[in-house]
Write a protein that binds this ligand. Structure first.
Ligand SMILES: Nc1ncnc2c1ncn2[C@@H]1O[C@H](COP(=O)(O)OP(=O)(O)OP(=O)(O)O)[C@@H](O)[C@H]1O
Ligand SMILES: [Mg+2]
Length: 477
């Protein structure tokens, strides 16, 4: 590093800093591209969540059709996500490709961080190409790519231009027909992490991922797919199969019960916003219209894991199932599903993360939400036990004195046997007795819970939430 031309004492630079080339006037430090890009690939996206992040962009660009093709060609396999949205003018494309895109967001916009396109894509592949056409009157295509191997070789944040002729023919044909954007993922190292990417196992794995994606998209975008979001219609195709909306609340079933909804107003950093709670109790197996309808309602992760909260940000599902640490997952409650909808103004309060795969229930409303959902949880337990609701519901028994592994003091459930194919759930272990002098307060627990859930891996969330739920009765309010 070059010696500063003025003496250190003149500029007030400490000797130690001078040795490192630092000055008190500050200094521009550009991150190491090759180091950063490796870390940015590991934000915790799963394949389906990564594609969903790209579909968010298509919805934000007013597309009404998104086609996802997962093309098996051995080590040359690729994924193509094509929309018929507004496309991007050159200056928008340039900014779109930048890590940390700068732009304003409308209320209800699905974007937030300016990262998804890049981080979601590179979490799955080593090369992402973005090809776009904005002009309805002319089929001019512009395309650039981020190539991890190029970044590593040059250590520069440099995108490479791609000629239209070098795009996969499906991308060219798509943009010939309509303005829009096509994103192409190539060199699928994460998806084809096999020793023999040409082999049958790799092919099966890739096709399995496509099927998982169908289920995930059907759930995450169900409000859009079912035209429940005003002014937004959306059709998604995965390998030419049209994705049918999956309604977590089975609202078409006549025996599904909707309980009283409630709106909580939350004062956020960016203004006030409403959080809408809509509790549902689904019918037991015997009361579903058909066995197929019951199986379909079980959802991608099946009944037990799909119980709990369905949290929507601007109508897009972020979290599906789980109780956010308010309760433990329990076989008896599996028919309870509760929609929670919030506006992006409350993003900070819900602590949304970049992959948009999970949120936290704001501490300010946790207790209110817990109270509001109690009748739904109770009813769900009754429906589970008796096949149909009793009327009127029995008075709640006195709260148990010993910490018995269940967080709901009203819970006196007798297990009558499973009604579906879920594996039996073993009773949660008893919570440890607090040994210190002072009990932790509920808000202390909320802070710690929030931190833990933010750093947890997706597969750890459920166990963590269950542990938090068991700790709740041991805290002071
Ligand atoms: N399919 C698309 N059609 C049109 N514009 C797009 C498309 N995909 C991305 N863009 C543009 O690129 C920008 C960057 O996208 P990116 O997903 O990286 O960030 P974001 O959507 O702004 O925020 P987030 O990180 O929360 O997703 C978008 O804001 C949008 O302007
Ligand atoms: Mg985005």
């Amino acid at each position: 590093m070059q010696e500063p031309s003025v003496t250190a004492t003149e500029k007030g630079i400490h000797k130690k800093d001078r040795e490192h080339g630092l000055s008190t006037n500050g200094m521009l430090l550009v991150p190491s591209a090759k180091r950063m890009v490796r870390s940015l690939r590991d934000m915790g996206y799963e394949f389906a969540a990564a594609v969903a992040d790209l579909i968010d962009n298509s919805v934000a660009a007013k597309a009404n059709t998104v086609r996802v093709n997962v093309e098996w060609e051995g080590s040359k396999s690729y994924v193509l996500i094509a929309d018929n949205g507004e496309g991007m003018r050159p200056e928008v494309l340039q900014e779109a490709l930048r890590f940390g895109t700068e732009r304003d967001y409308d209320e209800g916009d699905l974007g937030k961080f300016g990262l998804g396109l890049k981080t979601a894509s590179l979490s799955q592949c080593l090369r992402v190409t973005v090809a776009t056409r904005w002009n309805p009157a002319r089929a001019d295509i512009m395309a650039y790519c981020w190539d991890v191997e190029h970044i590593e070789a040059t250590n520069r944040w440099e995108v490479l231009s791609v000629k239209a002729a070098d795009l996969p023919s499906a991308a060219r044909l798509h943009l010939k027909e309509t303005p829009g954007t096509v994103v192409i993922w190539e060199r699928l190292d994460r998806l084809l992490g096999f020793k023999f990417p040409e082999g049958e196992s790799a092919r099966k794995h890739l096709l399995g991922m496509a099927r998982e994606l169908e289920q995930h998209a059907a759930m995450v975008f169900h409000r859009f797919l079912a035209s429940e979001v005003r002014g937004k219609r959306l059709a998604i195709y995965v390998n030419d199969n049209r994705v049918e909306a999956w309604d977590p609340f089975a609202r078409k079933e006549t025996k599904t019960q909707k309980l009283e909804p409630k709106t909580f107003r939350v004062e956020g950093e960016k203004g006030k916003g409403d959080v809408i709670i809509e509790p549902y109790v689904l019918p037991s197996q015997a009361l579903f219209s058909t066995p197929e309808a019951f199986n379909r309602a079980s959802g991608p992760r099946k009944w037990n894991a799909q119980q709990g909260f369905y949290i929507y940000r601007a109508d897009r599902l972020i979290q599906s199932g789980g109780w956010c640490g308010l309760r433990a997952t329990d076989e008896h409650r599996k028919l309870a599903r509760i929609a929670i909808s919030f506006n992006p103004k409350l993003d900070d309060e819900f602590k949304i993360n970049v992959p948009k795969m999970r949120v936290l229930l704001p501490p300010a409303i946790r207790d209110d939400v817990e109270k509001w959902i109690k009748p739904a949880v109770k009813l769900a337990e009754e429906v589970y036990r008796h096949g149909k609701p009793k009327s009127p519901p029995p008075p709640p028994p006195p709260p148990p004195q010993q910490p018995g592994g269940d967080t709901d003091p009203d819970d006196d459930v007798t297990l009558l046997g499973d009604e579906d194919q879920d594996p039996p759930v073993s009773p949660p272990p008893s919570p440890p007795r607090p040994s210190g002098k002072r009990k932790a307060t509920r808000s202390e627990l909320d802070v710690v819970a929030g931190l833990l859930i933010q750093v947890a891996l997706p597969e750890e969330i459920e166990a963590l939430e269950n542990a938090i739920a068991r700790a709740r009765p041991l805290t002071e309010t």
